[in-house]
Structures are given as structure tokens and as C-alpha cells.
Design a protein around this ligand. Structure first.
Ligand SMILES: Nc1ncnc2c1ncn2[C@@H]1O[C@H](COP(=O)(O)OP(=O)(O)O)[C@@H](O)[C@H]1O
Ligand SMILES: [Mg+2]
Length: 492
């Protein structure tokens, strides 16, 4: 699959999210800025015009004997509106009721305004930014100027001036959108664009590595067991991720290979077993059948002879099954050597003792050749005994009368070498590479003999393999054969 950036959804997803965040931040920024500008304008406006209401009272005297002077209010309207169309002037009674207003062509929706911001404003002498009710828009507040009107020391009302009236709002709305356009698109937009391009490059670099890693994951998922991440990320999380993936892939691959080899082994075993058990079974079956059918025709000796063959075949069958089982367990790594320290010379001495009877019957000799000072070896005693048994069995089988078998141990500093030598018929050169194979039997006539399964040396090789040891074979036709292997000394 091509590693195209257009198919890289992660890159686009992160980029789109980043863009959204940038736009949101930009909008918030613009909102905050215009709001602050607005606020600032109103504050200045109020401070600047704080005395407006007081001036109106002084110049125009809107109340006379507690009554509103109609002429005065018209005058106010005339003057003020002409000079500053953004203001709206109200006359209030001491309770805040609107008595008169000067704001032409527009509806006033409130009849009474709250007095508390007005008192606060007067108390602070107009130096604080205070918002008061906007009579035209119930619920909204605006900056204002206000002043009390006294007559004979008695409060008779207030002059209340909204400093940014509806006229202002209309103008403000248009100029605000111009401001937003200027501020937003020109400056903020440009800044965001630059930030976005820089961000895009950074994201591209980050996702490039992720793309690389993901590609390896995909390949592995699609069955490419050799897919690994070449670690080019130095140190850090990505490098750790890459290493973890590689290790995991190694483990999985190892496990699969192990399972495959187990499966092969199982198939091979089933095949071999059914093939190898068939022959002795057929022999047993045939003899028994004949004995049953023709039992009256055979003499007692003949019957005994056939029963003897049957017995031999069952013995061979038994041995074959046992050895097959042993070998397959070894090969499936179900046997692990239980290593312990022991004296190899003592083990050899014991084994020789067991074989003495058979040996003397066959007219051959078996003897040890020990050097002194052989230390303890470290190995699985039972399994090494099995190795020696198999080697001695072969030596006895292939050595004619008058022959000699020797079991020799040599000190090789940190190892002990064990040699099993016979003066038998030897192994033809061309067969030497194959004697350790399963079912390899040098002389096929021997396979009828109940002592040959062709598995003995395969077992030997496997046992030594799980001891990390190898076995060497030297042989001369009609002179004799030597098998040699090494075991490590026991070190505390
Ligand atoms: N000491 C020996 N002398 C001669 N030939 C041997 C000796 N040991 C093994 N061989 C050859 O190697 C073959 C395989 O031996 P092994 O695996 O033990 O099977 P088996 O003993 O059942 O035949 C034997 O059939 C024989 O041809
Ligand atoms: Mg054998």
C-alpha cells in the first residue's frame, strides 16, 4: 500500500482539530478584544461626560417651582440632540419616575428607573464606571450622567442622561463590524494562518513517524511476520513504542514458528507411527490368525515357535512405541534436563555392572578406562544413563564375538570427554551422516530384529542437544566405531 499523505486520516484529523481550535481561539480573542474596547470606550465616555447632567441643570433649569418647564425641555432637546445625537435626556422625580424625556421619535418603554446606580454615581462624583437602566430597553444597562435638582434645599428630581443612546447603538453596530473585519480578518486571521501553517508542518513531522509505525503494524496484521519498525526516533515514547512492537512481533513470530514445528512434528509422528507399527502388527496378526485357523495341523514345537515370533513382535512393538514416545517428547521440548552434580565414572561403573551378564553371554568384553581426578559433572543423570545405554546397546549389537568395548573418560579442563569405543563392524562412510536420523537402520535386515528401531541414536543426539552438547562419531569399516561427547564440570 502506498504511504500517501492523502490517505493519512490521522494527519488530517489532527490538522482539522488544530484548525478548529485556532479558529475558536481567534474568535474568542476577537470577542474579548472588542468587548474590552467597548468597555473602555464607555468608561471614558462616562468619565468625560460625568458633569453633563449638572451642566444641564445649571444652564437650562428644567424645573421651576417643582414643575417642569416646557420651554426649557424643548430647548434642551434642541441643543443637546443637535450637538450630540448619541445622548438621551430624562427628567426624573425623586422616586425615579420618568416625568419627561427628550428623545424624539422613539418609544420609551419604562416608566420608572432604578435610583440606586444614580445615587452611587452621584456619591462617587462620576469617577466610577456605573451602569444604569436604559428606559428604552428594559433589562439593559448603559453608562449615564446624572445630577440631583434641589429647590429650597429640597430634592425635587434628577436629570438623567443616557450617554450612549439608541442612536449610538446603531452607529456603533456598523463601526463595530468594520472593526471586527479589520481586527479579525486582517490581523487575527493573518496570525492564525501563519500559526496554522507552522502547526501543519509540525503535525506532518509527528504523524510521519506515526505513519511509519502504523505501516509496520498494518504489514504485520496483513501477515508479514517480518514487519519491524526501524527505530529512527532516538529516545522517547515513539522509540519505546517501536521497540515494544518489535519485541512483541519477535515473540509472536517465535511462538508461531514453534507451533508450526510442533505441528509438523505431530504430523510426522502420526505418519511414522502408523507406518512403523503396521509391520509388527501385521506380523502378529498373521501368526495369530494362522494359529487359530490351523491349530490342529501344527505340532506343539511349531506352535511354540510361532508364539515365540509373536512374543518377539510384541516386544519390538513395545520398544518402538516407548522410543517414539520418548523421542517425540524430547523433540516437543517437553523434557527439560534436571541437572545435578554426579560422578560420571561411578555412573559408568554401575552401567557396566548391569551389562556384565549379557556381555559375557555374547563373548565380548566391556571395560572402563578412567583417568584419576575426574570431577563432578553437571547434567541430568537419568538422561545421560539413557545415552550410554543406547551407545552400549549398539556397540554390543554390532560387535562380533571376541570383540571389546571400552568406556573412557578424559579430563578436558572444564569438561569431561566420554568415549564409547567398540571393535565391531564399523559404519560405512556414506552412512555416517545419516546414523543419527530417525529410523535410520544401516542393515535393513536388522529391522526385523526386535532390537532395532532406528531411533536409538536420534534419542542420543536429542538428549545431548538439550544439554547443549554434541556428539562426534569416528568409524572404520571392520575395525570399529567410537562415539564421543562432552559434559561440563560442576561449578559451584
Ligand atoms: N557401534 C556401531 N557400530 C556399527 N554401526 C552402528 C553402531 N551404532 C549405530 N550403528 C548404525 O547406526 C544405525 C542406527 O542406530 P540406532 O539409531 O541406534 O538404531 P538401531 O540400533 O535401532 O538400529 C544402526 O542401524 C547401525 O547401522
Ligand atoms: Mg540402537
Amino acid at each position: 500500500m502506498k504511504n500517501s499523505i492523502f490517505k493519512d486520516y490521522l494527519f488530517w484529523k489532527i490538522s482539522a482539530t488544530f484548525l478548529l481550535i485556532l479558529v475558536a481561539v481567534g474568535l474568542a480573542y476577537m470577542y474579548i478584544i472588542t468587548d474590552a474596547l467597548d468597555q473602555n470606550f464607555h468608561e471614558r465616555n462616562q468619565r468625560l461626560n460625568a458633569k453633563m447632567a449638572a451642566h444641564i441643570i445649571e444652564e437650562v433649569k428644567p424645573f421651576l417651582n417643582g414643575e417642569i418647564t416646557e420651554d426649557a425641555t424643548s430647548e434642551i432637546m434642541h441643543h443637546m440632540m443637535a450637538i450630540n445625537p448619541s445622548i438621551e435626556v430624562y427628567l426624573l422625580d425623586p422616586q425615579g419616575n420618568i416625568l419627561k424625556y427628550v428623545a424624539p421619535y422613539k418609544k420609551v418603554k419604562m416608566e420608572v428607573v432604578s435610583l440606586s446606580p444614580i445615587s452611587e454615581f452621584i456619591a462617587s462624583d462620576g469617577q466610577q464606571c456605573i451602569l444604569g437602566d436604559d428606559p428604552r430597553n428594559p433589562g439593559r444597562t448603559k453608562v449615564f450622567s446624572a445630577a440631583p435638582v434641589y429647590e429650597d434645599e429640597e430634592l425635587i428630581g434628577y436629570v438623567y442622561v443616557i450617554l450612549a443612546g439608541e442612536e449610538f447603538d446603531t452607529v456603533n453596530a456598523t463601526s463595530k463590524s468594520t472593526l471586527l473585519w479589520d481586527l479579525g480578518l486582517k490581523s487575527v486571521g493573518f496570525t492564525l494562518l501563519v500559526a496554522f501553517l507552522i502547526g501543519l508542518t509540525a503535525i506532518w513531522f509527528i504523524t510521519k513517524n506515526l505513519r511509519h509505525i502504523r505501516q509496520a503494524f498494518r504489514n504485520f496484521q496483513n501477515g508479514d511476520m517480518n514487519a519491524r519498525i526501524s527505530n529512527q526516533f532516538g529516545k522517547g515514547e515513539l522509540s519505546e513504542l517501536a521497540n515494544t512492537f518489535n519485541e512483541m512481533a519477535d515473540t509472536i513470530q517465535g511462538n508461531i514458528e514453534h507451533l508450526k514445528s510442533m505441528e509438523n512434528l505431530r504430523r510426522e509422528l502420526v505418519g511414522n507411527v502408523s507406518h512403523d507399527l503396521r509391520t509388527p502388527l501385521a506380523v502378529i496378526h498373521g501368526y495369530i490368525e494362522t494359529l487359530i485357523m490351523k491349530k490342529d495341523e501344527y505340532s506343539a514345537e511349531e506352535r511354540d515357535k510361532y508364539l515365540g515370533v509373536i512374543l518377539e513382535s510384541t516386544e519390538k512393538l513395545k520398544k518402538l512405541v516407548e522410543e517414539l514416545f520418548e523421542l517425540s517428547k524430547l523433540e516437543a521440548k517437553q523434557i527439560t534436563p534436571k541437572k545435578e552434580p554426579f560422578f560420571i565414572n561411578e555412573l559408568i561403573q554401575d552401567i557396566i555392572h548391569k551389562y556384565e551378564l549379557i556381555i559375557s553371554e555374547k563373548g565380548i568384553s566391556i571395560e572402563p578406562i578412567f583417568k584419576k581426578n575426574i570431577s563432578l559433572v553437571h547434567a541430568d543423570l537419568g538422561l545421560i544413563e539413557r545415552v550410554l545405554q543406547n551407545l552400549i546397546d549398539n556397540a554390543i549389537k554390532f560387535t562380533p564375538e571376541g570383540g571389546r568395548i571400552t568406556l573412557e573418560t578424559n579430563d578436558l579442563d572444564r569438561y569431561v570427554e566420554i568415549r564409547v569405543t567398540d571393535t565391531g563392524k564399523g559404519i560405512p562412510q556414506e552412512q555416517i551422516p545419516f546414523v543419527f536420523d530417525r529410523y535410520h537402520i544401516g542393515d535393513k535386515r536388522l529391522s526385523l530384529d526386535n532390537n532395532s528401531t532406528g531411533l536409538g541414536l536420534a534419542i542420543v543426539k536429542k538428549i545431548l542437544e538439550i544439554h547443549d552438547a554434541t556428539i562426534q562419531l569416528t568409524s572404520k569399516l571392520n575395525k570399529g566405531t567410537t562415539f564421543a561427547f562432552e559434559l561440563p564440570y560442576y561449578t559451584k
